[in-house]
Design a protein around this ligand. Structure first.
Ligand code: HEC
Ligand code: HEC
Length: 221
C-alpha cells in the first residue's frame, strides 16, 4: 500500500546478511523474504522453527544463528534445489522444498496406490508460484488503486482499525477475534484473543529492532 503523502522512493529494505549473524546461502535478500523462506521450509517439511534450529531459540533469539546438523542439511538442500532449477528450468523456481517434501521430512520414493485411486481432493487454498512474468504486480496494484478511487484518495488514508476473526497455528485452528490497528508511518499492532490467554504476538521482527513492548509493530510495505 502507498504510504501517506510520500512520493520519494523508500530506502532499500535491510537484507538478510546485514541483519542476521550466520547467513551463508540466502544472502542479499530482503529480511521479509528471508523470513518467508523460513515459513516455506517449515510448511514444506511439516516442521516448526525449533525442528531445525537449536532448542536454545526458546529462550534466546540469537540462537537462531547456531548451526545444527539439520541447518547444515537444509543449506545443502537449498543449493541442490537452486542447482536443479538453474540446470533444468531456466532458473525459474519450478522445484521447491514442497515439490519433494509435501509435508514430510523424508520424501516418499514409491508411488502411492491410495493417492492414485482415491477421490480427488480439491484444496481451495492451492496456488502456484508466479511463473509468467508478462503481468507485473505493479499493473495489478495500479488497477486496484484505480478501483479504490485513485492513488491520491488512498494516500489520504493515514490510519485504520480492523476487526475480524483469525485462525492459525497458535489457536489450534480455531477462529478467534483479531484486532489490527495501523497508523502511518510504520506502526501496526495486532491483538489475537486466543481462548486461554490474551496475548499480543511478538514476532521475529524483534531481530530487526521493530519490536516494542511485546507488541508486534511492523513497517508497512
Ligand atoms: C528446514 C530447516 C529450517 C526450518 C524449519 C527453519 N529454519 Fe531458519 N534457518 C534455516 C537455515 C538453513 C538457515 C541459514 C540460512 C543460510 O545460511 O543462508 C536459517 C537461518 C535462520 C535465521 C537467521 C539466524 C542468523 O542470525 O543467522 C533466522 C532468524 C531463522 N532462520 C528463523 C527461522 C524461523 C522464525 C523459523 C520458523 C518459522 C525457521 N527459521 C525455520 C533452516 C530452517
Ligand atoms: C529433489 C527433491 C528434494 C528437494 C527439492 C528438497 N529436498 Fe530435502 N530431502 C530430500 C530427500 C530425498 C530427503 C531425505 C534424505 C534421507 O532420507 O536421507 C531430504 C531430507 C531433508 C532434510 C533432513 C530431514 C531429516 O529429518 O533428516 C531437511 C532438513 C531437508 N531435506 C530440507 C529441505 C529444504 C529446506 C528444502 C528446500 C530448500 C528441501 N529439503 C528440498 C529431497 C528433497
Amino acid at each position: 500500500m502507498a504510504q501517506a503523502g510520500q512520493q520519494a522512493a523508500p530506502p532499500a529494505p535491510p537484507t538478510s546478511d546485514q541483519i542476521f549473524k550466520n547467513v551463508q546461502v540466502l544472502k542479499g535478500i530482503p529480511v521479509d523474504q528471508f523470513m518467508d523462506a523460513m515459513g516455506m521450509f517449515s510448511a514444506s517439511l511439516g516442521y516448526d522453527c525449533s525442528s531445525c534450529h537449536s532448542q536454545e531459540i526458546h529462550t534466546d533469539r540469537a540462537a537462531f544463528a547456531i548451526t545444527t546438523p539439520l541447518i547444515t542439511r537444509a543449506r545443502q538442500m537449498i543449493n541442490m534445489m537452486n542447482g536443479l532449477n538453474e540446470a533444468n528450468f531456466g532458473g525459474r523456481p519450478r522445484v521447491t522444498c514442497f515439490t519433494c517434501h509435501r509435508g514430510n521430512p523424508s520424501p516418499e520414493d514409491v508411488p502411492s496406490l491410495a493417492l492414485q485411486y482415491a477421490d480427488v481432493v480439491d484444496d481451495p487454498n492451492a496456488m502456484a508460484l508466479v511463473r509468467d512474468r508478462s503481468v507485473m504486480p505493479d499493473q495489478v496494484f495500479a488497477k486496484y488503486l484505480q478501483a479504490l478511487g485513485g492513488a491520491p484518495r488512498v494516500a489520504a488514508l493515514t490510519s485504520f482499525v480492523a476487526r475480524g476473526s483469525y485462525g492459525g497455528f497458535n489457536t489450534g485452528g480455531a477462529d478467534v477475534p483479531i484486532e489490527i490497528t495501523a497508523k502511518a508511518p510504520n506502526q501496526r499492532t495486532q491483538v489475537v484473543r486466543a481462548p486461554m490467554v490474551t496475548a499480543s504476538r511478538p514476532s521475529m521482527a524483534a531481530a530487526c529492532g521493530c519490536l516494542k513492548g511485546g507488541v508486534r509493530s511492523r513497517s508497512w510495505s
